[in-house]
Every structure is written in C-alpha cells, then in structure tokens.
Design a protein around this ligand. Structure first.
Ligand SMILES: [Zn+2]
Length: 114
C-alpha cells in the first residue's frame, strides 16, 4: 500500500501547500507555524530533543506538530518522543544521501488536538 499522502493548501495563508495524511483536517504550512514553534523550551531534556535543524521541521509536518503539542500541553508521551526521535533519525540518514521526503505511512498520532 502506498502512503496516503496528500497535498493540501495551508488553512491559514491559503498559499503554500502542505504534505499531510488523509486524516489531517486542518493544516498549517511551515511559515505559518514557525512563530508558534519559536518558543523557548525550559526543560533541558526536551530542549535538546527539539534542537534540530530548521530544515527538518520544514520537511516534516509531524515534527512541527509534536513540538507544537509540547508547547501547548507542556509534555509529550513516551511514544510521541519515540516517534520524534525516529523521524529525526530517518531524516538525518536521508539528508546524508540526498534530500527527499520521508515516508510517514506508519506514523500515527493518536491524540490529535484538532
Ligand atoms: Zn501558511
């Protein structure tokens, strides 16, 4: 089964397209999300987790979503942290070869905020 990835127009600026899964109703492009993500993280452990190149956030909506979840709720579940680390690892490996989009078909976030 190929991943069900769609391109939707950003719900805020209605200008940029965002790659997302079929289930994702409300999407924000990176530029619209950036100010929201640009928050000082106090927990040193989480700060380190989120301290990744901007390019990774730009290339992967899940990373943005997880960071924004953390900012909103002040925590992430172990599973979410695991997913975050896994995406970062995959992106690092792929950026090592050539820049391409990653396969997100097997990544699901269960407690969506919207
Ligand atoms: Zn936008």
């Amino acid at each position: 089964m190929p991943p069900m990835l769609l391109k939707k127009k950003c719900n805020r600026c209605r200008k940029n397209y965002v790659k997302c899964s079929k289930r994702q109703g409300y999407v924000l492009c990176f530029d619209c999300q950036k100010p929201q993500l640009d928050v000082e993280i106090e927990d040193p452990k989480m700060k380190k987790l989120f301290d990744i190149p901007e390019l990774m956030y730009r290339n992967n909506a899940f990373l943005c979503e997880l960071k924004s979840k953390y900012i909103r709720f002040g925590s992430l579940s172990d599973k979410q942290i695991e997913v975050f680390k896994r995406i970062v690892k995959e992106l690092s490996e792929e950026f090592g070869e050539e820049k391409k989009t990653i396969n997100v078909q097997d990544i699901e976030l269960h407690d969506r905020a919207y």
